[in-house]
Design a protein around this ligand. Structure first.
Ligand code: PNS
Length: 168
């Protein structure tokens, strides 16, 4: 008799600077595919982030409150090492457009080379979220544009506060 399929412990890694409704769409759908989904926020970025790691984690924690099997954590170093440390067997990523594909392919193949037992699974972004990126959200907000509907309300508020503090 074939062995039962393994339980899915998934990691959804990213910068989440800040979390958008596009990320939340992947989290909502990913939470239905996995027994546990760990949203893992990268701490040691080369470039200076807009929000500190603790703030990014807090914003995600607030947003994922409705999902009982979703956990939020920060990580540094190699994703495959963090995944092993957490006992995860799947990496979850979202793809919006063909332009995302090249980088995602490179990362997935590199991660597979580093740990062939760790599978990467992609979810296609929902139509209404396929144009949203953290980068554009920061840009629009910093130029005074309306980002409601693109990020959770609490995130829009934090963006506003942070930008107001920066302009003083
Ligand atoms: O939201 P992002 O910036 O597209 O997320 C990129 C992320 C965090 C998934 C990626 O940079 C990553 O996994 N970094 C950890 C370092 C690592 O493992 N690098 C080698 C394999 S790609």
């Amino acid at each position: 008799m074939a062995a039962p399929p393994p339980r899915i412990i998934a990691i959804y890694p990213g910068s989440f600077d800040p979390i958008t409704n596009g990320h939340l769409d992947v989290i909502a759908r990913g939470s239905r595919l996995a027994e546990k989904l760990i949203v893992a926020v990268l701490g040691n970025q080369a470039k200076q982030p807009f929000f500190r790691i603790q703030e990014r984690v807090e914003m995600i924690q607030e947003a994922v409150h409705p999902y009982s099997n979703v956990e939020v954590d920060a990580f540094d170093g190699l994703l495959v090492d963090y995944a092993s440390h957490r006992g995860a067997n799947l990496i979850l990523r979202g793809i919006r457009a063909v332009s995302d594909y090249e980088m995602e392919l490179q990362m997935a193949l590199m991660n597979r080379r580093l740990n062939p037992r760790l599978e990467t699974v992609f979810l296609l972004a929902s139509e209404e979220a396929s144009f949203i990126s953290s980068h554009l959200v920061r840009e629009v907000a910093s130029l005074g544009g309306d980002v409601s509907g693109l990020v959770p309300a609490a995130v829009a508020m934090r963006l506003k506060k942070r930008l107001a503090a920066k302009s003083v």
